[in-house]
Design a protein around this ligand. Structure first.
Ligand code: TRP
Length: 448
């Protein structure tokens, strides 16, 4: 299939790409997952390791994915086949597709919960009553399905009409509302303890487990390791500056994660809650913040609305990867692809949804040291699959694509990159793959 296939698209401009890619990156990963991972991993120490991972692994891999996408103008499987049609390498592309469905299937469950909180908070404004406590298995499945449906409708609209328009409009608004919530949180008595906890690294807390979690969180938050940025890069034109694109996406995503930390933890400490409460952290803490805030009901509703949109621009990118594969490689129509992928995702996500609302036995099974299917899926697809995907992509780039060709692709539209190209190649060839491999191996093989 050529890049001019009818159901392929292109961004209207560089800023269109940056907003859509930042829309993919910024989502529940920043606002829901980052705070609870930091909370479980000791605060400041985790934040420090996270920032190091973003710079040393995230930025190089981001540039690599985007440039491989633009060079080939293809989906993850097609991009690999463009250089190595046979052999084992296309399996890396298939891993990306499977991971996309896997992450989407539990991500949309949490997004459905966010949607439910939003709907409930508007009802509270109008009728003064909250019904959220009744969100049982049926309710969560309904919200999960509704969220998948929303995602599907955007993706059916195609890249430019569907994805770009949403991202442009609402992402800046989310930032404003977050700043208002941060200001409120910082005014609560006792909030400074949370700030201190977030900015002072306690080095004794840094274990291999913390490093793996921080690394996985960096890939997850930046949408790396499963070809989402590769696919978005494939809709970029030859003129657009890849270094600028990659840097903007990384910087804005990281800024939102850090802001989310400042939104949650001062309030956690001020309200006497536990930072290590786990995946439910933001759903416990934020409503309490809104409760005591002037205009809190409206701000709360607005926040959960914008968070739903941020989650939507992320789920859209997950579904888009899967769709690009079927459209490019199998010649399916966009409509047929998107409906089938969403249906499969729904079925895969049912156990995670039931585990999310603590319905036994899904929430109590113990596998691989994880309790509950929700945690298990998060662990398999995020902590394992994303780092492995990023690792193999680096190896693919240095052994098959060739780092010379890779830097030529970047240089063709960013001439000033020549001063740092050698450093980038060194990171892609050595630093990223070795670091990821060592962390994964020492964490999972009982060495020593
Ligand atoms: N980055 C998104 C977030 O932080 C989630 C996401 C979207 C993602 N696309 C992805 C994660 C691709 C990994 C891979 O919420």
């Amino acid at each position: 299939m050529s890049s001019s296939a009818p159901d392929r698209g292109q961004w209207s401009s560089q800023i269109g790409f940056v907003l859509a890619a930042a829309g993919s990156a910024v989502g529940l990963g920043n606002i829901w997952r980052f705070p609870y991972s930091a909370g479980q991993n000791g605060g400041g120490a985790f934040v420090l390791v996270y920032l190091l991972c973003v710079v040393a692994l995230g930025l190089p891999v981001m540039l690599l994915e985007v440039s491989l996408g633009r060079a080939t103008q293809k989906n993850p499987v097609g991009a690999i086949r463009a250089f190595r049609p046979g052999g084992g390498w296309p399996a890396l592309g298939y891993l990306a597709i499977v991971t996309g469905v896997g992450i989407l299937s539990y991500y949309a469950v949490v997004a459905g919960q966010v949607l439910a909180v939003f709907i409930d908070s508007t009802q509270k404004i109008f009728s003064g009553q909250s019904h959220l406590h009744t969100l049982g298995p049926g309710g969560i499945l309904l919200c999960f399905a509704a969220f998948l449906l929303l995602t599907l409708l955007v993706v059916v609209g195609g890249v430019q009409r569907g994805i770009e328009r949403w991202a442009k409009l609402l992402m800046p608004l989310l930032l404003l509302v977050m700043l208002a919530i941060i200001a409120r949180g910082l005014l609560l008595p006792g909030a400074m303890e949370g700030v201190r906890w977030l900015v002072t690294p306690d080095f004794s807390k840094i274990t291999l487990g913390v490093v793996l979690d921080a690394m996985a969180q960096a890939f997850f938050s930046l949408s790396l390791g499963m070809g989402a940025m590769l696919t978005y890069g494939s809709y970029l034109s030859r003129r657009q500056n890849l270094v600028q694109c990659a840097s903007w996406v990384v910087a804005s995503d990281t800024a939102v994660a850090i802001l989310a930390g400042f939104m949650i933890f001062p309030a956690v400490f001020a309200l006497g809650q536990q930072p290590d409460a786990g995946p439910n952290l933001i759903f416990k803490v934020l409503p309490a913040v809104f409760n005591g805030m002037p205009g809190g009901e409206v701000i709360g509703a607005l926040f959960f609305f914008l968070l739903s949109v941020a989650a939507l621009t992320s789920t859209v990118s997950l579904l888009e990867v899967v769709s690009a594969f079927f459209i490019d490689e199998l010649g399916w129509s966009r409509r047929r692809t998107v409906w089938s992928a969403a249906a499969v995702t729904f079925v895969v996500g049912i156990p995670a949804a039931l585990a999310w609302v603590s319905v036994s036995p899904w929430s109590t099974v113990r596998v691989l040291g994880r309790t509950g299917l929700f945690d298990l899926m998060d662990f398999l697809f995020t902590n394992l699959s994303l780092p492995i995907g990023a690792l193999l992509l680096c190896v693919f780039a240095s052994r098959v694509w060739g780092l010379g060709r890779a830097s030529d692709e970047v240089l063709s539209s960013s001439p000033r990159f020549s001063s740092v190209a050698a450093i980038w190649r060194f990171f892609v060839r050595w630093v990223c793959p070795l670091f990821i491999a060592v962390i994964l191996l020492t964490r999972f093989l009982p060495v020593g």
